[in-house]
Design a binder for this molecule. Structure first.
Ligand code: F6R
Length: 261
């Protein structure tokens, strides 16, 4: 059966480790070919092996971040840059401490800002002043969120303060010290902000992401599934493992196959 070519490229790797390797190779390749273009970075468990591979590539002399800059997607409102479950610490621990990205060019929203709304607006302006993001790296939530854009987020949304769903707070509780609750709000780049990146890489691994990935790639495009917005962008690559891609039909896998990175 023939199928029209989808708007995205899909690469299904055998294991999560192989998916992390493929994602890291793509990111390193983009840094080498256009080091001045800002990267958009994500946190979360999916990214840990991706960043470990990038750090190893840096140590091996295969890539340098010296001319790069980055904007992270999000940060919890109310967490300082030294909170162990905050994304500043995550990024330092998993990437920034291990590569030569200049610290003053590795940006995240300030979750501890006195006025979170003003901070969100300022972050959006900084992205604009940098002439936008080159490669935007994304994970996906079990409810289809991208960044902290929960279901119902407008596709035109910009960086702003959002309320987290109970599902997302439950999923992220594992990163918080016992007894400490996950903040109710976060600052996140908007879906509109994300869609303005030159190129988007979404990484999904593990069976927990199977339904979210299927909804994003096969279901109706709409605000109920933020990741479905990626089908409106013309340069998107999905890298997943077999567990996350288990609900994607063979016809779509074949139609979206593109081994070039
Ligand atoms: C993190 C982020 C989130 C995560 C998503 C998946 O900066 O924006 O959208 O990418 O929640 O998280 P993991 O990888 O922990 O399943």
């Amino acid at each position: 059966m023939s199928r029209a070519r989808p708007s995205f490229a899909l690469q299904i790797c055998e294991t999560a480790d192989a998916a992390a390797g493929a994602a890291a190779r793509l990111i390193a390749q983009r840094i080498r070919s256009d080091p001045g273009r800002p990267l958009g970075l994500a946190t979360g468990a999916t990214m840990i092996p991706v960043y470990a591979r990038l750090a190893a590539a840096f140590r091996a002399g295969e890539v340098s971040f010296a001319r790069s800059s980055s904007f992270n997607l999000d940060e919890y409102v109310g967490l300082s840059s030294s909170h162990p479950a905050g994304f500043h610490v995550f990024m330092r621990e998993h990437l920034f401490a291990h590569v030569d990205l200049p610290p003053d060019r590795a940006l995240l929203p300030d979750g501890a800002a006195a006025d979170a709304h003003a901070e969100a607006a300022d972050y959006e302006r900084r992205i604009e002043r940098a002439a936008g993001i080159g490669l935007q790296v994304l994970g996906v939530g079990v409810n289809g969120h991208i960044g902290f854009n929960e279901p119902g987020s407008p596709f035109t949304s910009r960086t702003r303060v959002v309320e987290l769903t109970a599902e997302t707070r439950r999923a992220n509780a594992r990163f918080f010290p016992p007894g400490e609750s996950v903040p109710l709000r976060a600052i996140t780049m908007g879906i509109g902000t994300i869609l303005e990146a030159d190129e988007i890489l979404l990484v999904a691994t593990g069976g927990r992401k199977r339904d979210a990935l299927a909804a994003a790639l096969l279901g109706p495009i709409g605000e109920h599934c933020p990741a479905s917005a990626l089908r409106l962008h013309e340069r998107v690559r999905i890298i997943c493992d077999q567990a996350a891609g288990a609900a994607i039909p063979a016809t779509l896998i074949e139609a979206a196959r593109d081994e070039r990175a």
